[in-house]
Design a protein around this ligand. Structure first.
Ligand code: AMP
Length: 447
């Protein structure tokens, strides 16, 4: 199949060509025709399958006809990074269309967003919290909306955004086309889908299987030897761009520093960074000035670096789905990649769960010449935190409420909901909606 057969508007077809796409990916092959027909679609697909273009191209094609200067397509995404990435893809594919697409998310100044909205845009890529703020303040007009896309719906659910999504739905026209993409289908997402989609066409691509181009291997190792083994592995492996996952943001930060100290161009991406520093780390990884990026699952969500050659699970993820998500970052769009997972004896049960999900045994590997027998230090200092400075209990300085914890005094309130808003990409405030509570088998995670 070729892109030509979709009969895109010539300006959209030119965008496909300039992006260098020659053959549609399976999700594009299955998804583009129903989206172009204006049907609702439920897409079961993980990141890396080409799903962004699967909805972006038909939206651009549709918007070539009709009024300009009105918000006609809204894409809602869980994280700022994913929103930026989708917006970039739209701008790249729609280069010649003169359609305007902007991002809306929290953690950055609101006025530039208001200015752009005033100038008139046709496409908005938004995270739920800030979008609700704009709705509440009347700085956005969604009454002309024709297409709604909910991207990575399962992640929005995990982050506690479902009530916000339902609130947003009350502010947009009922008559619209709705597209919902999710890598997994927990019951709550299934319910949401059946509430908001009308006679949807369901397409499923690789939601339960990782990309076939990925080679997996596990490296059994003691906890205290993970970093030396990682350094050894990096020394002996021909890597282009390496994404490393850790269990906590503290571990991500420390490991990033250790890799830098060992001479690697490495950065870490974790929830504590300011938006500017996150963007700098991502841009540096994308343009190759950082060869290694260390991240937690949530911080890494949606990272799209097409030339990632290796994904390393420094810490094993706590669900098989998370494993598939992580390794979906390599082997993107049919390129090949390697996924290495370090496992300690404590991880044996999780390895079995992953193997069951993949329906394959993961190859056990060891690194020749590496001394696996080095005993653990008396007290494992590797990830010990530096001592805390003495706390004084004076009245705190004025809070930066942008990143305040939801539910705490000072947390920004949404005028639309009247309740505290999590910053985009934050964990839910209410314990009953936290992932660990809904999925008792999951350990609480860091962002
Ligand atoms: P996504 O799943 O939308 O995050 O896309 C994953 C990666 O695949 C991105 O780097 C896209 O630019 C790339 N991509 C999407 N569609 C195609 C295609 N038809 N041919 C080659 N690369 C593609």
């Amino acid at each position: 199949m070729e892109f030509r057969s979709f009969n895109f508007h010539p300006h959209v077809a030119a965008g496909v060509q300039s992006a260098g796409y020659t053959t549609p990916t399976p999700i594009q092959e299955q998804g583009i025709p129903p989206v172009m027909q204006g049907l609702d679609v439920m897409g079961l697909a993980q990141t890396g399958t080409g799903k962004t273009a699967a909805f972006a191209l038909p939206i651009l094609h549709r918007l070539m006809q009709g009024e300009r200067g009105k918000v006609r397509a809204l894409i809602v995404a869980p994280t700022r990074e994913l929103a930026e990435q989708i917006n970039e893809a739209i701008n790249q594919l729609g280069k010649l269309t003169r359609l305007r697409s902007i991002t809306i998310y929290g953690g950055v100044a609101v006025n530039p967003q208001i200015d752009k909205l005033k100038q008139g845009v046709e496409i908005i890529v938004a995270c739920p919290g800030r979008l609700l703020d704009h709705i509440g303040q009347g700085t956005i007009n969604l009454s002309h909306l024709e297409v709604l896309v909910l991207d990575e719906a399962d992640q929005m659910f995990d982050m506690g955004f479902l009530p916000d999504i339902r609130k947003i739905l009350t502010h947009i026209p009922r008559k619209r086309q709705t597209l919902l993409f999710s890598a997994t289908m927990p019951d709550d997402i299934r319910r949401l889908a059946s509430d908001i989609l009308t006679k949807p066409v369901t397409i499923q691509v690789g939601s339960t299987a990782p990309p076939v181009t990925v080679t997996h291997a596990i490296y059994p190792v003691a906890q205290h030897l993970k970093t030396p083994l990682l350094l050894e592995l990096l020394k002996h492996t021909d890597t282009e761009s390496v994404l490393i996952f850790t269990r906590t943001k503290h571990r991500a930060k420390r490991l990033g520093e250790q890799l830098e100290k060992a001479g690697y161009k490495a950065a870490s991406l974790q929830g504590n960074l300011s938006q500017n520093r996150r963007q700098a780390a991502l841009d540096g990884f994308r343009d190759g000035s950082y060869q290694i990026l260390v991240a937690t699952d949530i911080a890494a969500r949606g990272i799209d670096v097409s030339q990632i050659s290796h994904v390393v699970n420094y810490d094993i993820p706590d669900t098989a789905e998370a494993y598939i998500h992580r390794i979906g970052r390599t082997g993107r769009a049919a390129r090949s990649g390697d996924a290495f997972t370090m496992v300690t004896p404590d991880d044996a049960a999780m390895v079995r769960i992953i193997e069951k999900k993949l329906d394959a045994q993961l190859e056990r590997r060891s690194v020749d010449g590496f001394d696996y027998a080095v005993p653990a230090p008396h007290k494992d200092q590797e990830f010990a935190r530096p001592p805390r400075p003495p706390q004084n209990h004076k009245k705190p300085a004025k809070r930066d409420t942008t990143h305040a914890t939801p539910g705490r005094p000072g947390a920004p309130k949404s005028p639309a909901t009247g309740r505290p808003q999590p910053p985009s990409g934050s964990k839910p405030a209410h314990p009953s909606s936290a992932p660990a509570a809904r999925h008792p088998q999951r350990a609480p995670r860091a962002r």
